[in-house]
Design a protein around this ligand. Sequence first.
Ligand code: ZN
Ligand code: ZN
Length: 157
Amino acid sequence: MRVWAHALIRMHLDDSWTFGFDNAKRRAGLCNYTNRRISLSRYLAARFSDDDNHQTLLHEVAHAVAGAAAGHGPEWKRIARDIGYVGGTTHHGETATELAPWVGTCPNGHTVYRHRRPTRASSCVTCARRFDPRFVFEWHRREITRADRLAAQAPRD
Ligand SMILES: [Zn+2]
Ligand SMILES: [Zn+2]
């Protein structure tokens, strides 16, 4: 992945750009214009297929080529398509509650998702605006399947 990323950056950008991994859990890739650095979440990259990681890289490289002002507008889209990106405008996994293993359920059946094991008792904000011991969440750890991961990374336009 690292080799492929460097090759991609060399092909489309100049020497000032670098590649690395970051620790994000909610978005798969990032284009940092300030540091001129494109990064992939090591957490999500390990769970996605090579093809999907390539797509995330293409999405971010297109951002780097298009410039920050382009956003996900027509210029970014044109560049992204040109370099082989086939996904949507959403950053993969950026709202992936599907990938959060901790599920909290309040006594009235409302559910919330967390990426880390909750350390303190919290109560349901739907049931009570302030902390209320009657509505504390009960936490369960669930298995995240490959199907869940694939569903979470499907582009949402
Ligand atoms: Zn984007
Ligand atoms: Zn509730």
